[in-house]
Design a protein. Sequence first.
Length: 385
Amino acid sequence: MFEAEDHREIRQAVRRLCEQFPGTYWRKLDADRAYPTDFVNALTEAGYLATLIPEEYGGAGLTLSAAAAVLEEIQRAGCNGAACHAQMYVMGTVLRHGDDGQKARYLPRIASGELRLQAFGVTEPTSGTDTTSLRTFARRDGEHYVINGQKIWTSRAEHSDLMLLLARTTPRDQVARRTDGLSVFILEMREALRGGLSIRPIRTMMNHSTTEVFFDSVRVPAENLIGEEGSGFRYILSGMNAERILIAAECIGDAKWLIEKAASYAGERNVFGRPIGANQGVQFPIARAYANMRAAELMVKEAARLYESGKDCGAEANMAKMLAADASNEAANACIQTHGGFGFAEEYDVERKFRETRLYQVAPISTNLILAYLSEHVLGMPRSY
Ligand SMILES: Cc1cc2nc3c(=O)[nH]c(=O)nc-3n(C[C@H](O)[C@H](O)[C@H](O)COP(=O)(O)OP(=O)(O)OC[C@H]3O[C@@H](n4cnc5c(N)ncnc54)[C@H](O)[C@@H]3O)c2cc1C
């Protein structure tokens, strides 16, 4: 019913690994808002976080759909890949746009687990979705850049050795296009923490290890600039399709876990002398969530297929993200409703998954912005922002 046809061996192996991390493990971390270090270490040791790193750098050199299968199975098992998923897609920017020295310096150590590249600093408090209005500035000073500014929602910053950072290197009023003058840096965080970087955790409705990050004249060696100065926005954009497809796969995994849980509870819970699942009012929301999940799953696969064949997949990656996030949100609603009062009790894990999957209506891109993309770029309607 929920079996995917592709990457069966990887899926089975991920599922076996996830069995070591049951609901009790996640509930305890959730209550403490603590990072799942053991889980992330187990995934790293098994090589899953290096799925997309080429073999020459010590990774598995597999396809995006293999990485999607890994993340989907993690969520499907009731675990939460949000603790480490960024490493899979952030690494792509270094791989595609970094120079040989940067790749040799970082990728093998990321693949081995010696370094974690979990932090991605794009969003700022005053610019929000309007990325090109960001204000964090990197000023060239000899063989360094000096960084001042602030990021918000920089998830996993406290649990990462490296951060991929987007900052302005030319003021916005001095560039021809607003997308120009932004640059990407790879920041060694331990070093930066000793020289002007500070991190403040933000407590959120789910356990996500997200933070605010402040840069007070942080010096970054110029050799840590990725690609050309001023072209950073293009580099970040080039990774977004992969990010959207991978997050969509996680949402499919969440939806499967929630639907399975709802259908099973509906068959077990007896009220008025029969299973609640015998009532169509209980069945149909679960069945509808299942149908929508399967449709979204097809779009995720289509987006991954286009991505892997080197074709433009902007529209499909966006649609996959939106439809999969909608499917997991719908499944979460159906699941908590099916459980009645018990859905709100922590020990069922339903309320935790409900909170965790709700994020994907907003991050890494909100549904409205996906609809705006489709309206403008696919349907040719006027630009709205
Ligand atoms: C838990 C969490 C983790 C995150 N992790 C990271 C991370 O690791 N790195 C990182 O860089 N960012 C991260 N983000 C940030 C995330 O990508 C942003 O929250 C998201 O892009 C939305 O930006 P915003 O919060 O500033 O909302 P805003 O841009 O302020 O938007 C608010 C609302 O207005 C709507 N809106 C805005 N403009 C328009 C428009 N033109 N048309 C229609 N609707 C519009 C949006 O859809 C949204 O619903 C994270 C966020 C959260 C909550």
